[in-house]
Design a protein around this ligand. Sequence first.
Ligand SMILES: Cc1cc2nc3c(=O)[nH]c(=O)nc-3n(C[C@H](O)[C@H](O)[C@H](O)COP(=O)(O)OP(=O)(O)OC[C@H]3O[C@@H](n4cnc5c(N)ncnc54)[C@H](O)[C@@H]3O)c2cc1C
Length: 811
Amino acid sequence: MKSHARVVVIGGGVVGCSVLYHLTKAGWKDVVLLEREQLTHGSTWHAAGGFHTLNGDPNVAKLQGYTIGLYDELEKISGESCGLHRSGGLMLADTHDRMDWLKMAHARARYLGLETEILSAKEAKQMMPLLEDKYFVGAMLDKADGNLDPYGTTHAYAKSAKIGGAEIYLKTKVEELKQRADGGWDVVTNQGTIVAEHVVNCGGLWAREVGRMVGLELPVLAMEHMYLVTDEMPEVVAFNKERGHELPHAIDFKSEIYMRQERSGMVLGTYERAGVPWSPKQTSWDFGAELLEPDLDRIAPSLAIGYKHFPAMAKAGIKKIINGPFTFSPDGNPLVGPVQGLSNYWVACAVMAGFSQGGGVGLALSQWMVNGDPGFDVWGMDVARYGEWATRSYTNEKVRENYSRRFRIRFPNEELPAARPQQTTTIYDLMVKNGAVMGDSWGLETPLWFAPKGVKRKDIFSFRRSNDFEHVKAECVGVRNAVGVTEIANFAKYEFTGAGAEAYLNRLMTNVMPKIGRLVLTPMLNEGGKLIGDFTIAKAAENRFVMWGSSQAQIYHMRWFEQHLPKDGSVTIRRYDMNLVGLSIAGPKARDVLQALTDEDVSNATFKFMDHRSMDIASVPAMVNRVTYTGDLGYEIWVAPEYQRRLYLSLLDAGKPHGMIHFGMRALLALRLEKNFPTWYRELRPIYGPFEAGMDRFIRLDKPDFIGKAQAVEEHASGGTLRRVSFTVQAKDADVLGDEPISYKGKVVGWVTSGGYGHFVDRSLAQGYVPKEFAGDLGMGAFEIELMGEQVKATIIPEPLFDPEGKKMRG
Ligand SMILES: Cc1cc2nc3c(=O)[nH]c(=O)nc-3n(C[C@H](O)[C@H](O)[C@H](O)COP(=O)(O)OP(=O)(O)OC[C@H]3O[C@@H](n4cnc5c(N)ncnc54)[C@H](O)[C@@H]3O)c2cc1C
């Protein structure tokens, strides 16, 4: 075995082999894979081998498309067969809601350039005669679906990697990882030690254990999974003979089964509701290429429905039943990337669909390692999307929930109940008493909307406008006309201190740091000049800055901040997490409410828009920012958690004479749409440049330097290719949500990033990206957006419909 390598990949499943191959493809040849047994001897060998492009996150869907397109290349390079069957697949809806969901998926596929088709139940039966069309209302055909041989495919990756210069050592178990002073690793194995610059955890079923070697508890858990293989079926033989090709794959949402042809019979697998975790605490190192005891009773409810929907299956003999474990993260997407707080430790695990996602994961991770950037928007699978609240038992509950819902649709307003409430603030119970309907925001219970007295605190799930509509409207109108209060504890908050803090922030951010007592809004760019953050920063004192950003991205951002810290110790970063919590008041009466709670002068002359002050509010020591995301006059008040209850109760008291109402996150997001404000994760992501996103006024090209400046200068000169635009939409009973295609003169040219109803301006609104050459067409209905299978007219609004001159927030 070698003594040194640039990269050691731990694990020879499909994911490790893909990472290894892609590293060689990206130009790193001194790379090694260590496998404790034989290749595929984790979850890979017994996979059913199905692949598809569909994913709830369009950026992950794109990477799935890449994976599926890769197999021909692998066969060519390696000379190994992947055993490909490109049969296409049907997703079958038994209700109109499920059909709405398929229509949304189809619309999204159109802008991703994926080939899907909406079919009637009769047309689906034509393609897949095993189904009883009376049980279905329609289907979506995805031509890219198919299946392959897991063993052959993994070996095709491995051989291609070896041809590219990689080495693979079998029967080599990594037992210990010791960090070296130079940031690299001593990789201690049962065959000796290799010194590596980087290690990649592709441990699959043992990813948790390989994480624990460096003190990391990854949110990943294996579930048992069963599929049946039938004997030869005369219906299948007849179909093949008559049509000259295989049956397509099928997914039946109702029974939660998937099926595909296997020789002259079928494979039928289930994601049953009563799924069972496997090795919930610790995976035994003795587990090998083994199967688990099948439990037909557990999948009987799914089979009963499946057999009714596909009667030929009920008559077929069962040749074998496979029960094997494979891993999931809490949301079902992979965990990929560098781990915050560790140097040169990378993960590529929790890949539940290795044959749909393995290629994309390998490509993204290798580019990240080699170029410092994944080259795609990989947020949906970034390991940094979880915080410390994603504990082992949280993961257990969420993974079981996710497994049981694998083929269930999620409504846009549906909050999933498992593992909640995980984190609550001290005013949680009071807000609930005041009618709050809570949602999960990065593990924290956060108010979505407030049910008035006598109204049930419950969402009715729908793709269309639902029961919260009129109440969110009342909240929006209440804010705009008087004043509202909401909790904003879920924002990310950081403190930067030290003699080097200002210079450091000026280098990281595109805007210039403010004077003491002032705030700035600022994007942050990566080296490629793309948006990787959007923050509000206050200069609280000399050498002390407080910053607010997106809650979901705080580990992602911390990773970046730490990577760029000066080595001289002149900057210290603190993530406040829940040690700083906040309430926001917004609306024309907000100043009156604030003034009633302090003896300091908060008039417009002394406490201006974008001012930041430390002061007592209701005797509570607070930091107050004169800013609000609603676009009104407003304040954010930040306090230590032990003061939040008093602050909240005092605000309610002081607000009473002014008709103060509660408002939740749904109203906040609707109000910001009326101001054309973008939001991180929807409009602001690493696929967009700052000028494309319309962030011009926060990009100080006159500053000496900042990360991404050269690219920003270039984008400014060329104008980039896209433009973020806001629309009014001629919607009827449903509003756009995000990811719908935007057409111009009948051709898909862009996509929606977010949408909703602007309750105060009384219009359905959307934001999205279109090529810059179309962004100037302000003609009525110049664009169309696909909404629930219908093309609805959309018109660009260059100015916000609410307070276009920003007089209210400044007044
Ligand atoms: C019944 C079943 C059906 C499935 N059907 C499909 C399907 O149709 N389509 C699909 O895409 N996916 C399917 N899957 C899921 C698929 O198997 C996984 O997505 C895939 O196997 C994940 O691969 P991996 O490389 O991450 O993990 P693994 O295959 O578990 O590989 C991890 C490897 O790391 C090695 N390793 C771990 N720790 C160490 C160490 N310390 N030192 C050295 N080596 C180590 C292990 O020996 C193992 O070989 C199915 C899974 C099951 C169980």
